[in-house]
Structure formats: C-alpha cells, structure tokens
Ligand binder design. Structure first.
Ligand SMILES: [Zn+2]
Length: 107
C-alpha cells in the first residue's frame, strides 16, 4: 500500500514551478492523483458568470490547483525547514512521523 507522508493541515513548501519556495497549509489530499491542494499555492483565477438561480455573483475566484506530492516537501514545525519525513515506532508501539533533519517527532 502506498503511504502518504503528507497529511491534511501539514505545512508544506513547493519545490518546483512558479510557486517554488512558497509555503502553505495542505487543504486536501487527493490520493488517487498523488496530489495535494495547498492553501494559496498554485492558484488559478477562475472567471465565473453570475448564476441568478444559485444566487451567485459573477467575478473572479481564486482556486487552488493540485500539486503532485513529489513537488512539495513538508516543513517541520520544530526546525522550520523543508525536510524529509521518516517513520519510527514509539515505545508503546505507535507509528509516528519524524523530521529527518532535526529528529523531532511530528505527530
Ligand atoms: Zn525538524
């Protein structure tokens, strides 16, 4: 089974593309696409028409587009750096994530 090292609400940094270096919060994990939606990152402007039936006003909406998970890195809360995530077991047998840079437990 595939393992997702990134979770919702993680802080991630983009490593490629026009938003390279940007940091945002993970809004959603798209498991089937191996992708994540990151707040305010990879934003596309969407022009919407007014829809009187749905009482929607027309205008420009910002919409986050998915980023492939290989293009983002988790930012560690402890050392505040984009890092690689490892897994380890605690003494009571729980599996937790940890930062490979500073060794801090992340869960
Ligand atoms: Zn760290």
């Amino acid at each position: 089974m595939k393992q997702f090292r990134i979770r919702k609400d993680d802080k991630v940094q983009v490593t490629v593309g026009k938003d390279k270096g940007k940091i945002g919060k993970v809004l959603k994990i798209l498991k089937k696409k191996d992708a994540v939606l990151v707040e305010k990152v990879n934003v596309a402007k969407r022009h919407t028409k007014p829809n009187p039936y749905a009482k929607q006003q027309g205008g420009i909406l910002d919409k986050e587009m998915p980023l492939h998970i290989s293009n983002v890195k988790v930012v560690c809360d402890a050392c505040n750096e984009a890092t690689r995530i490892g897994y380890r077991h605690t003494e009571d047998g729980k599996k937790v994530r940890f930062c490979k840079k500073c060794n801090a437990t992340m869960d």
